[in-house]
Design a protein around this ligand. Structure first.
Ligand code: SF4
Length: 238
């Protein structure tokens, strides 16, 4: 088993290699934090195009966040139906808005900028339906807080390379990977973006393109002959 120091070194090495492949980005995100918050809920297991359509339709039919909160559930489900699981997401969204408006008096999360990273994380994850992924995306992309979102691509690629163990959950990966990286929002943004893109373009769910991968010589999954059992990757159905 690799030591923490060597895993940290390997993580920084992988980060440097993907910086070279994809180029270092400045942090960008949606300009409206409320759009990021609600859009992230809509985006779960949904293509970007369908998320955009769901968000736009919802805002057209219910122009204020209070309108969304008070909308008849069936109508909100219909408005966001291009997103997968609209019947689950609609009550989540209404619940989040109800709590937010009740606690702060407005559908606005700009106050998070003035909280410490820990307090902002705690506040967000106390909202119903807001998990680590949504909270970290919002805090990193919109408020430049030093946190690391681990979505399905980041989870799968870091697991295959061997930066985290083969059974480590995405939730645990947040803190493990964060402990290996500098607490710098730009570094963490680039780490997230690059592993996300690598998972979309090269280290795909099925048939990863190992022959063109910059991480191949350090990759545990490749070295196992692509036979390693990982919690992030389902067994392929024949
Ligand atoms: S070598 Fe293959 S399995 Fe490993 S990270 Fe690259 S594409 Fe993914």
């Amino acid at each position: 088993m690799e030591s923490t120091a060597s895993l940290a070194e390997k993580t920084l090495d992988a980060h440097d290699r993907l910086n070279a492949v994809y180029g270092i980005q400045t942090i960008y995100g949606r300009t409206d934090p409320m759009h990021e918050l609600i859009g992230t809920i809509l985006s779960h297991r949904t293509t970007h195009a369908n998320e955009v359509t769901a968000y736009r339709t919802m805002r057209e039919r219910f122009p204020t966040w209070e309108n969304v909160r008070d909308a008849p559930l069936a109508e909100l489900i219909d408005a966001i139906k291009t997103a997968n699981y609209p019947e689950v997401k609609a009550p989540y969204i209404q619940n989040v808005l109800a709590h937010l408006i009740q606690e702060t008096g407005a559908a606005n999360v700009d106050f998070l900028a003035d909280l410490s990273t820990e307090d902002a994380m705690q506040w967000l994850t106390n909202l119903p339906g807001i998990g680590l992924k949504t909270a970290t995306l919002l805090l990193l992309f919109n408020f430049r807080k030093p946190v690391l979102p681990v979505d399905t691509h980041v989870h799968r690629v870091t697991q295959r390379v061997g930066l985290i163990g083969p059974k480590v959950s995405a939730e645990k990966a947040h803190s493990i990977l964060l402990s290996y990286l500098p607490k710098d929002a730009t570094v963490l943004f680039n780490f997230h973006k690059h592993f996300y893109w690598h998972g979309q373009r090269v280290c795909t769910w099925y048939d990863p393109k190992c022959s063109e991968c910059a991480l191949r010589d350090m990759c545990a999954y490749y070295q196992s002959g692509c036979r390693m059992s990982l919690s992030s990757t389902p067994t392929r159905k024949k």
